[in-house]
Design a protein around this ligand. Structure first.
Ligand SMILES: Cc1cc2nc3c(=O)[nH]c(=O)nc-3n(C[C@H](O)[C@H](O)[C@H](O)COP(=O)(O)OP(=O)(O)OC[C@H]3O[C@@H](n4cnc5c(N)ncnc54)[C@H](O)[C@@H]3O)c2cc1C
Length: 82
């Protein structure tokens, strides 16, 4: 029997973020996910400045490259440069 304050289901960004906040509140947390990690995840791996500013912790150690231009495509035909 495991005695924890909170069980979080889902170890994506939402589940891990709320777990981080709960740990900061000195709650004990267990995270359950239906997949073994590292799991397959459809994601470009990009974080916008808005997202980085919203994080309560540093992700510097896993940043591979800083990008300053972004081209978004739709159907491989229309592209928007930012
Ligand atoms: C193709 C693609 C590219 C993307 N690229 C980017 C990007 O570059 N940058 C970016 O910021 N965002 C990107 N996103 C969006 C990003 O993936 C989502 O915003 C983010 O994953 C949402 O996080 P989440 O924790 O809400 O959900 P998820 O990441 O989906 O996590 C949910 C977790 O819950 C688990 N789960 C679900 N049901 C159960 C269950 N019944 N029991 C146990 N576990 C369960 C799942 O296995 C999963 O691990 C992309 C999305 C897609 C589809």
């Amino acid at each position: 029997m495991v005695d924890v304050d909170v069980v979080v289901v889902g170890a994506g960004p939402a589940g891990t973020s709320v777990s981080y906040d709960l740990l900061c509140e000195r709650k004990t947390v267990i995270i359950l996910d239906r997949f073994d990690f590292p799991r397959f995840k459809a994601c470009a791996g990009g974080l916008t400045v808005k997202t980085l500013n919203a994080l309560r912790y540093s992700v510097d150690s896993v940043i591979r490259k800083n990008c300053y231009d972004l081209i978004i495509g739709k159907g491989y035909k229309t592209t928007i440069s930012m």
